[in-house]
Write a protein that binds this ligand. Structure first.
Ligand SMILES: [Zn+2]
Length: 67
């Protein structure tokens, strides 16, 4: 059942930001070390199920896809 709180494409209620948030790693004698954490300022949100990008600015009263 789709509602305003779910992805309009597939109905999933889970969303992710991972594609635009990542850690920079360096490899040392002790193994991988986090050098810096980079977060792109503009928050992008994707549907976890179908990977469609969500239109964050227009998703005020319901989830809207960025097309
Ligand atoms: Zn979806």
């Amino acid at each position: 059942m789709m509602n305003k709180c779910t992805c309009p494409e597939c109905g999933s209620s889970e969303f992710i930001t991972e594609p635009n948030q990542y850690d920079v790693l360096i490899f040392t004698k002790d193994g991988f070390k986090v050098q810096s954490s980079k977060t792109i300022e503009e928050c992008k949100i994707f549907c976890r199920e179908c990977s469609k990008e969500i239109d964050v600015l227009n998703s005020t009263s319901k989830v809207v896809l960025l097309i």
